[in-house]
Design a protein. Structure first.
Ligand SMILES: Nc1ncnc2c1ncn2[C@@H]1O[C@H](COP(=O)(O)OP(=O)(O)O)[C@@H](O)[C@H]1O
Ligand SMILES: O=c1ccn([C@@H]2O[C@H](COP(=O)(O)OP(=O)(O)O)[C@@H](O)[C@H]2O)c(=O)[nH]1
Ligand SMILES: [Mg+2]
Length: 207
């Protein structure tokens, strides 16, 4: 496990002036189990879960100005412009008293990462990366059954290509900063959570 950063981040952004932020980015390909494990982390460690994909889907459902553009991007498996996503994450963070956030499915590329740092003025304390083979991710997404427009084999192939082309620099950046915690995402949900638990248990004492 290559992770060391247990201190809450006190940065210059408007959010971080108001409260101690403790931010975890939760990364991994489509179907790697990010959302499933986030639910368990929330249950056990009291974080606020902000799924970037869910925030974007809510924006589509609310018929907002950007909704049509977001839907087109999601159908194609493309990454929505950073400013749109970061603004939604910012709104989610500001509407919450709790400063402990799980940001799920973001940043998906380097541009996402730098936009978050610029707009929010903070960086994550920990980055979880769920490492899962492609064939397993495909199987899980095709069985997900949540009625999502992007859970079909054609879009999954596109999402996997986008993931392969864009995630590595982000992972590498945080690995070099000693913030990356890579989790083997093969196993039952409970087995995987037992790999996740020590990461958060180690931080309990310093929050
Ligand atoms: N360890 C696991 N083994 C088998 N299926 C899983 C596991 N974890 C999650 N799933 C299932 O796989 C699908 C994708 O999981 P999800 O948490 O939505 O992944 P992600 O948010 O990374 O796309 C869901 O239907 C979920 O119930
Ligand atoms: O920061 C983000 C998060 C999601 N998405 C879009 O939303 C889709 C679904 O993302 P989500 O994280 O919900 O999918 P998951 O990886 O959980 O299957 C992605 O394929 C992208 O098109 C995006 O553009 N930026
Ligand atoms: Mg998800």
């Amino acid at each position: 496990m290559e992770f060391s950063s247990a201190e809450p981040f006190k940065g210059e952004g408007c959010l971080s002036k108001e409260k101690n932020l403790y931010i975890t980015f939760v990364l991994g390909g489509p179907g790697s189990g990010k959302g499933t494990q986030c639910a368990k982390i929330v249950e056990n460690f009291g974080y606020t879960h902000l799924s970037a994909g869910e925030l974007l889907r809510q924006e589509i459902a609310s018929n907002s100005e950007d909704g049509v553009m977001i839907l087109d991007m999601i159908k194609e498996g493309k990454i929505v412009p950073s400013e749109v996503t970061v603004k939604l994450i910012q709104k989610g963070m500001e509407s919450c008293d709790n400063g402990k956030f799980l940001i799920d499915g973001f940043p998906r590329n380097e541009e996402n990462r730098t936009a978050f740092e610029q707009i929010i003025g903070a960086e994550p304390n920990i980055v979880l990366f769920f490492d899962c083979p492609e064939e397993e991710m495909i199987k899980r997404v095709l069985n997900r059954n949540e009625g999502r427009v992007d859970d079909n084999i054609e879009t999954i192939r596109k999402r996997l290509k986008v993931f392969a082309a864009s995630h590595y620099p982000v992972i590498d950046y945080y690995s070099k900063k000693g913030k990356l915690c890579k989790i083997d995402a093969i196993g039952t949900e409970d087995e995987i959570f037992e790999r996740v638990r020590p990461v958060f248990a180690a931080c309990e004492g310093v929050q």
